[in-house]
Ligand binder design. Structure first.
Ligand code: NAD
Length: 461
């Protein structure tokens, strides 16, 4: 399929934005409602495309790629009028007889670049924020999930004016060309390595960015954790999407006293979830492509495989795999795993677990399993991460009230709910000066007025 050169698409998007239609909040609400109806209409196409791209189970597709978007749209539609209303704020006395307001201006033309692992949700969730805030958007979905990228392109073209929202399909090289153009905002989701490239390209135009990146998200399981629930919640968060989740628990820091019980419970849970032969389970996804499959095999080469480790190359299948005896220098601890491999690292004291986390780049998520409030508080206070859960995994991503994003190498900026609106909005402060009187004090010549100024600031300060 030949596509229009990006420069032409951008000219059209800019003209649409300049015409001012997106400034109308009712227009934005209509577009969001249209988007929701469109997703409903395309539900079965979306689920089929995700299955075709990497055998994503329909239940997971609905829960993590579709249902979550309906609540996000409803939340935006409900609140968009109040979010976008200019906000009156107080004015310092020095600006006597003036008023101050904060306006919520859209940035203009926004670029959204999304990855393949939750390819629908991670494209549409930021799009909801961009629409709610009144922007025009160019969407660049991932080339590694071509079936769903095609559905996204078809759906957007069918629902929206192409001068308002457009989709560009292309690989890394094509994306580099897009990035040579000037956007008013770039919202990128993907790996930390490519995040650096995006930020470098954005810097050339001084374009602000949100970077939703990855990393190794730890789960700390302390000795008084409720193991039956905890293991289930870790197994679900890890093996969902076959581990290809940015906030999957990457590895478990396990208190030595409960390691054996944890392993037993985890093996039992994996069997309960996926049956005696997980290869036959309809509820388990495949690895996205051969490059990632080979990368994951390499990660299993060092350390001991406690359970799983079985593979089938022809459909890029890897069993849910549990490992121990891994050292921090082993390949599995050197990069984000992004697959169904769960290494266990033992500790004797919570100080050790906290130090282990803090010696590494700040993760996208951090999970702490403990029934002890003191331990929960210490982990929260003494570590840093994009977000996380106490006694659960993944769930924080599903709340419109919690901003979702990384910190340090796991990203910058956040979204979901109001945070999405704020991300795609420029807060424009304006002061309205009265014409009733004009204070001569500030105008030159200043001669002899420093004393007066000092007295004034004393009084108002
Ligand atoms: P990726 O960085 O390889 O690709 C993401 C997007 O960037 C794709 O659209 C791709 O076409 C584009 N891209 C790739 N190379 C490029 C280049 N050289 N120049 C310009 N654009 C380029 O990421 P991925 O493999 O699709 O996704 C996996 C990564 O994304 C993991 O690290 C994961 O943790 C992270 N991730 C983060 C989040 C989050 O919300 N923070 C969500 C999902 C995935």
């Amino acid at each position: 399929m030949s596509q229009e050169p990006t420069s032409q698409t951008l000219t059209r998007l800019r003209a649409f934005f300049a015409a001012g239609k997106t400034r109308d909040v009712e227009f934005r609400i209509d577009q969001l409602k249209k988007l929701k109806e469109g997703i409903r209409k395309y539900e079965s196409d979306i689920i089929a495309a995700l299955y075709s791209d990497f055998r994503k189970p329909p239940f997971e597709s609905y829960a993590t790629e579709i249902g979550i978007l309906y609540t996000e749209i409803d939340h935006a539609v409900r609140h968009i009028r109040s979010w976008s209303r200019p906000r009156r704020v107080s004015t310092p006395i020095i600006h006597f007889l003036s008023r101050s307001r904060i306006y919520h201006d859209p940035y203009g033309v926004v670029l959204i670049i999304s990855p393949w692992n939750y390819p629908f949700q991670l494209t549409i969730a930021p799009l909801i924020g961009a629409i709610a805030a009144g922007n025009c958007v160019l969407i660049k979905p991932s080339e590694f999930s071509p079936a769903i990228s095609a559905v996204i392109a078809k759906m957007i073209a069918e629902l929206f004016d192409p001068d308002y929202l457009a989709v560009f399909q292309g690989d890394a090289e094509a994306t580099q060309q897009i990035l040579a153009e000037k956007f008013d905002y770039i919202f990128y989701t993907g790996s930390t390595a490519i995040g650096r490239i995006i930020m470098t390209a954005a810097a050339r135009h001084l374009t602000p960015v949100t970077l939703e990146l990855g990393g190794k998200s730890p789960a700390i399981v302390d000795q008084d954790a409720r193991l039956d629930y905890g293991v289930k919640r870790i197994a679900w968060g890890k093996f969902l999407n076959a581990g290809q989740t940015c906030i999957a628990p990457d590895y478990v820091l396990i208190h030595r006293k409960i390691k054996e019980a944890f392993v037993k419970e985890m093996i039992r849970t994996i069997h309960t979830f996926y049956g005696e032969d997980p290869m036959e389970s309809p509820d388990y996804a495949r690895i996205i492509n051969e490059r990632h499959f080979n990368r994951l095999l390499h990660l299993m080469e060092k350390g001991r495989i406690l359970s799983g480790g079985t593979i089938r190359r022809k459909d890029l299948y890897i069993t849910p795999t549990l490992m121990d005896q891994v050292s921090p220098d082993d390949p599995v601890m050197q990069e984000e795993i992004f697959g169904p491999i769960l290494p266990l690292i033992e500790y004797d004291d919570i100080d050790e677990a906290i130090a282990f986390v803090n010696q590494r780049p700040r993760p996208l998520a951090l999970y702490c399993f403990s029934g002890n409030k003191g331990i929960q508080d210490r982990v929260l206070r003494e570590t840093s991460s994009g977000g996380g859960c106490i006694n659960d995994t993944i769930s924080h991503i599903g709340s419109q009230e919690l901003p979702f994003g990384g910190i340090g190498e796991s990203g910058m900026g956040g979204y979901h709910g109001k945070a999405s609106f704020d991300t795609f909005t420029h807060q424009r402060g304006f002061l309205f000066r009265s014409n009733l009187l004009d204070m001569p004090l500030r105008y030159p010549p200043y001669h002899g007025r420093v004393f007066l100024l000092k007295v004034l600031f004393r009084i108002i300060g």
